[in-house]
Ligand binder design. Structure first.
Ligand SMILES: CC1=C(CCC(=O)O)c2cc3nc(cc4[nH]c(cc5[nH]c(cc1n2)c(C)c5CCC(=O)O)c(CCC(=O)O)c4C)C(CCC(=O)O)=C3C
Ligand SMILES: [Fe+2]
Length: 302
């Protein structure tokens, strides 16, 4: 079926204990001009959850779901997992793959979109890690997948489900991680987000009004980032008489910290203060349709 001899699950990484939080944040923000106050604030989000980001366990679960999908469909490829910012670091994973005799692998990244943070930076991570590891396998990143049924369909169901928990006439609010306007390819990222949100909205609630907003902005206030931020937007909707929102984290594939804190704590608390009914739609996580995506993308790869 393919000329690859392994699949590499490539993700962001996160701390799994209080002592790992600061070193993790230093890894993420090295050379990126993030104010110290913002870092301290984000550190508190992690400490609120015992210093444990949910993202690594979500990757273990996704890896197991992909392995189950491969096994059920006769795909005989081992699955490896490596991260950009935390253990298991990508270079260590490549070292293991080299030892296991892997020569060429396809990478499935836990981000669906084009854009610098979501695609290009992962390509840089792959190139850098390969330079560190003599004899490292060749790695081809699989295509971005925000328009594929395996990504879209779980969001359609999750959006319907969130709406079913709200009064009639709730507004759909799609949200994604903000990035600086100066970032390469941010227009492409925003355009793909718009298309994905529109597809999900049309299928989950035909004719219903919807918005695409951003969250988790971290640069200095002087630097323009993709806007509006979800918190400002909820206030604005409330001011316009909206009384219920279904928030759909279309920019993410699992309920990691940006979802668990920035949406489930920060945005949900604000909505409660405003008296705005708030439901957050689930992310694809280990939905079998999402776990089948690497196999479907491999079928289209050489
Ligand atoms: C587009 C995008 C995604 C979505 C695509 C994808 O999923 O890859 C994403 C995901 C994530 N971002 C994450 C965590 C962080 N991102 C930060 C900082 C930044 N993110 C940015 C963008 C994105 N980030 C940017 C432009 C910055 C500024 C610094 C820089 O230019 O790089 C910081 C620094 C502190 C702060 O937030 O200020 C942290 C801690 C976690 C892990 C969560 C967990 O632990 O569960 C995940 C999945
Ligand atoms: Fe981030």
């Amino acid at each position: 079926m393919t000329s690859y001899d392994a699949l590499l699950l490539l993700s962001f990484g996160g701390p799994e204990g209080p002592e790992e939080v600061i070193p993790f944040l230093e890894n993420v923000t090295r050379g990126r001009n993030i104010p110290k106050e913002r870092l301290e604030e984000v550190g508190e989000h992690y400490f609120l959850f015992g210093g444990v980001s949910p993202i690594n366990q979500q990757c273990r679960d996704l890896k197991a779901a992909i392995e189950a999908d491969f096994a059920a469909n006769g795909v005989d490829l081992p699955v490896y997992w490596g991260n950009r910012n935390w253990d298991p670091y990508l270079a260590d994973t490549l070292r293991q793959m080299e030892e296991d005799g892997i020569r060429r692998a396809a990478a499935f990244v836990t981000s669906a979109y084009s854009g610098y943070s979501t695609n290009d930076q992962y390509l840089e991570d792959i190139a850098r890690a390969r330079e560190e590891v003599p004899g490292a396998p060749e790695i081809d990143k699989l295509p971005v997948y925000a328009d594929r049924p395996g990504f879209v369909e779980p969001f359609v169901d999750a959006t319907k489900d969130a709406l079913s928990r709200l009064p009639e006439g709730a507004r759909l609010v799609f949200t994604a991680h903000s990035v600086p306007l100066s970032q390469p390819n941010q227009e492409l990222y925003a355009a793909e987000l718009h298309t994905a949100a529109q597809t999900v909205a049309r299928r989950a609630a035909p004719g219903a009004p919807w918005d695409l907003v951003y969250q988790s902005r971290s640069g200095p206030p002087s630097q323009p980032w993709l806007d509006p931020q979800i918190t400002d937007h909820l206030e604005e909707l409330h001011g316009r008489g909206v009384r219920a929102v279904a928030v759909v984290p279309i920019g993410f594939v699992s309920d990691h910290m940006e979802v668990r804190y920035d949406l489930d704590v920060e945005a949900a608390d604000l909505a409660a203060e405003l008296g705005l009914a708030f439901e957050r739609a689930a992310t694809p996580a280990t939905d079998p349709r999402f776990a089948a995506l690497p196999r479907h993308l491999l079928e289209g790869a050489s």
